[in-house]
Design a protein. Structure first.
Length: 356
């Protein structure tokens, strides 16, 4: 699949990442070739009070909480967020997403094309892929003149393209997606990789921001309303018509199989048929949605760029009574009415009682 020249265009301004990463602009201003390359080779620094650093994503590994963020920081809590400790990370690039498929096996992705895996609930991490290896893989597997040209430019650009989300089918099967349409798949927990970039209908090479799964249905969403679905577990993919043309920044399947996607200016949409039709959910806050999570009772939590947290029950979105949180990038329900917000202020506990 030919990629447009915009894929490799060098811009003076930072490329248009999701708003949820605005908090780390100062950390990664652009994706400078030399800086990212060095950060991929340099372990994360151990810092004081790591729970107060900029954090971008979090997940549960059994009862353990694992959070990741700026400069390769990975922190753990074994007491529902009361205490935190930092663990070693082999890179110091910003990590953008972390997922666990069970209480031991997880994956984190981030800037510089970094993919790391853990098999001990986040205690230790192994670098499985980075932008340099990604470019070398593209060059080694190029079969057409166009693929060779793309590979040459990846090599020339260096490791400047981030992964922004990742899906785990099980402890072995991973799909990392991100900027400029990049998509790489592994069937052996990251020991080897193949490009899925050309398999996903994305002729403009737009950024992927969201990948979510329910049963055999996969849905990928991204820049400019980009929507793609697989109904057979990733064997094939089809483009979907988007109900709006702005970018999608957050998405979540409910336990009933409904999918909610959200993006710019409070645009929130729900589908009960895997994207064939959509229902608009009016938001009480017309701000970009940056994070989403499902609670144990099935209700959906959403966070806006303005720091307002909302709860979706049936068709009603209600702001929470809790104070706003500064620039939230992720939400993690940990039981009862307690949710941890991750963002520019680090870890912020939030109680989820909604306003009447």
């Amino acid at each position: 699949m030919p990629w447009p020249e915009r894929v490799f265009a060098k811009r003076n301004n930072m490329m248009r990442l999701p708003i949820l990463f605005a908090a780390v602009i100062a950390v990664c201003s652009g994706f400078a070739h030399a800086q990212v390359g060095e950060a991929l080779q340099r372990p994360a620094l151990m810092v004081k009070d790591p729970q107060r650093t900029v954090l971008v994503a979090a997940a549960l590994a059994g009862t353990r909480i694992v959070a990741v963020g700026e400069r390769g920081i990975v922190i753990l809590s074994d007491d529902r967020g009361a205490h935190w400790y930092q663990v070693a990370c082999p890179v110091s690039v910003t990590l953008t997403m972390v997922r666990f498929v069970d209480d031991k096996n997880g994956v984190a992705v981030g800037h510089g094309g970094a993919v790391l895996t853990t098999s001990d609930a986040g205690a230790t991490w192994t670098l499985r892929l980075d932008g340099k290896r990604l470019a070398a893989l593209a060059k080694a597997t190029a079969k057409t003149i166009e693929e060779q040209r793309v590979a040459d430019r990846l090599v020339a650009d260096g490791p400047d393209k981030p992964f922004l989300d990742v899906l785990m089918w099980d402890a072995k099967k991973l799909l990392a997606v991100g900027a400029y349409g990049l998509a790489y798949y592994s069937s052996d927990a990251g020991q080897s990789w193949s490009s899925w970039t050309a398999r996903l209908p994305n002729p403009k090479a737009l950024h992927w921001y969201v990948i979510s799964k329910a049963g055999n249905t996969l849905l990928l969403a991204g820049e400019q309303g980009l929507l793609v679905r697989s109904s057979d577990g990733g064997e094939s993919f089809q483009s979907l018509n988007s109900p709006y043309k702005g970018s999608w920044f957050a998405g979540e399947f409910s336990s009933s199989g409904q999918l909610v996607l959200a993006g710019l200016r409070g645009n929130i949409w729900r589908t009960a048929d895997s994207g064939n039709s959509w229902e608009h959910l009016p938001s009480p806050v017309p701000a970009t949605i940056t994070a989403m999570a499902t609670q144990a009772d099935g209700s959906l939590l959403l966070a806006s760029q303005a720091g307002v947290l909302m709860q979706l029950k049936d068709k009603s979105l209600l702001p929470l009574k809790s104070p706003s949180v500064p620039m939230p990038s992720a939400l993690l329900p940990i039981g009862g009415d307690l949710v941890l917000s991750m963002g520019i202020a680090g870890v912020v506990p939030v109680h989820t009682e909604a306003r009447p």
